[in-house]
Design a protein around this ligand. Sequence first.
Ligand code: ZN
Ligand code: ZN
Length: 160
Amino acid sequence: MTVAWYAFIVVITFCVMEFMAWFAHKYIMHGWLWGWHRDHHDPQYKEGQFFEKNDLFFLVFAIPSATAYIVGLATPHLWLLFVGIGISIYGLIYFLIHDVYIHRRFKWFKQLDSRYSRAILRAHGSHHSKKTKEDCESFGLLFVHPRYFSEDYKMSRKKT
Ligand SMILES: [Zn+2]
Ligand SMILES: [Zn+2]
């Protein structure tokens, strides 16, 4: 395969990961593994600790990428290595956007400000407007519903 193909695999994997993250968040984290995700929605369960039980998902989501690296390098299926790279890039960006930019767990950067970054903040903020397993919206991270680009989104929500 050519370099262009490998780059294509990284990009496709990255996009599929946004879907996987949405799916896992909606049906697993707000499903049978809510016990791990609950302290991310309701700080009273994390008892002042820096780490949340929810962080266990970082370890879980590292398994598919680690597997892709190992199988990609140890077998003739080198393309799997680039699947692993795509997953890692998504994981890194998810961490930077979700944990650093949105939740400010590290004070690394605050100057990020664009229409898109504000839409991400609104979308994830609306996800966190509920502390419960049920009735949440906006489970994805980077793929944002167009309504969150509206500058008066918050106002229109307050009225309802
Ligand atoms: Zn959630
Ligand atoms: Zn969050």
